[in-house]
Write a protein that binds this ligand. Structure first.
Ligand SMILES: [Mg+2]
Length: 330
């Protein structure tokens, strides 16, 4: 059996007959059909992840090795998500450093961006150059209830200049996902890496972003967009052009692992997202559905497992207790 994770695959039941009775390991055929379903219904990518898990188990090989086996270990950055005071964020940064994790991502979005900058400045003053710092501006897409507009180029540039002074490693989603010209202009004018495309849905959109030199770091998430089948060739193109590929992984441990398999198989040349922001986001909460939580060593490295497939084992007991027929992405 193969397992996957991601969104609730809304509308998929109308199309499941397209898979029943088919050869499970015909990944290209299934991916082509999933692309069509993705156009007509909810994001169906958990099935692609499950099919890769199954293909790996059938062949007796880890998915990252099937994809090319580029990086036997990956170095994590701690991805935080909660807006805390400067003092509390300094505490997060100090714990990150003490755990040996070399980089920390800070979420912006306080009511005034100068408050965000003040928090970042406090962290930089506390840890010096011992941590690489990323910033997530979250302007690429909106939650269903959010009516606020994304930043414009002028504001994004103003923020970028402040981040440049604090030696930020990358600025994530500074503009709307479709603002190609804005991203390219920002990338040209700001002395800082620009990251994005975490939920960008269509392969032609990823290609536009790459060909138009909009981004330094590409972040499509395999469980939410394109699956491993769609993203593996793209991640190789990104690497070929000398850009970085580092999927969004914010979600549960199965989704984290699916993306680590993708990255380790195709590139693995920069930090990978490690969702961790205690007390709200703990390894126990992130990995509740796994028999054992994913672990980093004392320097922030994750060693890729050689176990066939995705290399995870589900905690069936917990899954049974938490079964929901109504859960959606929110
Ligand atoms: Mg993000």
């Amino acid at each position: 059996m193969g397992v996957g994770s991601g969104e609730a695959m809304l509308g998929f039941s109308d199309y499941q007959h397209l898979f029943i009775g088919q050869e499970a390991t015909d990944l290209d055929r299934h991916h082509a059909i999933l692309m069509n379903i993705d156009f007509h219904a909810g994001r169906p990518w958990p099935l692609d992840i499950a099919l890769w898990d199954l293909a790996g188990k059938t062949q007796g090989e880890a998915v990252w090795k099937m994809l090319g086996g580029k990086a036997p270990r990956l170095r994590a950055y701690q991805s935080s998500g909660v807006h805390r005071s400067s003092d509390d964020m300094v505490g997060v940064a100090r714990r990150c450093l003490a755990a040996g994790i070399p980089a920390l991502k800070v979420r912006f979005g306080r009511s005034d961006f100068t408050d965000d900058i003040a928090v970042l400045q406090a962290i930089r003053e506390a840890v010096g150059d011992q941590l690489d710092l990323m910033v997530d501006c979250n302007q690429g897409w909106r939650m269903p209830w959010d009516t606020a507009s994304s930043w414009d180029l002028e504001h994004a540039l103003q923020v970028a200049k402040a981040l440049e002074k604090l030696d930020v490693f990358w600025m994530e989603e500074p503009l709307h996902r479709g603002d190609y010209e804005g991203m390219r202009a920002l990338r040209n004018k700001a002395g800082i890496r620009i990251a994005g495309a975490e939920l960008t849905r269509e392969p032609y959109e990823w290609r536009e972003l790459l060909e138009r030199d909009c981004l330094d770091v590409f972040q499509p998430d395999a469980v939410l967009t394109g699956g491993i089948s769609g993203l593996a060739p793209f991640a190789r193109q990104v690497a070929q052009k000398g850009r970085l590929f580092s999927s969004h992984t914010w979600g549960n441990g199965l989704g984290v692992m699916a993306n680590l398999q993708l990255i380790a198989g195709t590139s693995g040349d920069t930090y990978v997202e490690w969702p961790l922001d205690a007390p709200e986001w703990t390894p126990e909460r992130r990995d509740y559905l796994l028999k054992s939580p994913l672990e980093l060593d004392g320097q922030g490295w994750f060693t890729m497992p050689d176990t066939p497939g995705l290399g995870i084992e589900l905690n069936e007991e917990v899954l049974e207790q938490t079964l929901s027929k109504t859960a959606t992405f929110h």
